[in-house]
Write a new protein. Structure first.
Length: 185
């Protein structure tokens, strides 16, 4: 359906927009050629952007008209499925009530500051990558290296994972079952 990366504009400008919480909503359109039939439309709310969502591209070569300019890509696999809201799915419009419900489910992310939001989105993405309704803390810890790579300034990855699971619990995206076990909602 959608590629795993989308080409965007200037890296520094997008990095600044994310850091200042000034990103727009992103609508992704997938259509069938040559008929130009809309197959899928996804909404990524403006508050679902984080710095780990960006990939810095190589600077343009010295022979390019804009030599040295650095662009970026959006890495769609770093956005949790919860924040990729279908508006059109397989050529059919999704019910507005379902779109609103999905949007409202992730709306609490908007209240988090951008640094915390990035961690929350990244941990949620790890949890969703497990592809299980119920999981244990150790399964999330298995992705600590990945999270450490996304957040190299943090030296307490396991503590941060536990904290973010509590944030996700408070947002009602998952439920703590006790003894390191969780269930997704």
């Amino acid at each position: 359906m959608f590629r795993d990366r989308i080409v965007d504009g200037a890296y520094a400008a997008m990095q600044r927009a994310i850091s200042k919480n000034q990103t727009p909503n992103l609508f992704l359109l997938h259509y069938k050629l040559p008929q130009l039939i809309v197959e899928n439309v996804l909404l990524v709310p403006h508050f679902a952007f984080s710095l780990s969502f960006l990939e810095k591209r190589k600077p343009l070569s010295s022979t390019a008209r804009r030599a040295g300019w650095v662009g970026c890509n959006f890495l769609l696999d770093r956005i949790p499925p919860d924040a990729k809201i279908p508006v059109v799915d397989s050529g059919k419009a999704v019910s507005p009530a379902i779109v609103r419900e999905a949007y409202e489910k992730v709306c609490p992310l908007e209240k988090l500051n951008i640094e915390k939001r990035g961690w929350t989105l990244d941990v949620l993405n790890v949890v969703r990558s497990l592809k299980k309704n119920e999981f244990v803390l150790s399964e999330v810890y298995d992705h600590a290296d990945q999270l450490a790579e996304l957040h190299p300034q943090n030296r307490h990855i396991h503590d941060k994972i536990r904290q973010q699971l509590q944030v996700l619990r408070d947002m009602d995206l998952l439920e703590f079952l006790g003894a390191g076990s969780y269930r997704l909602h």
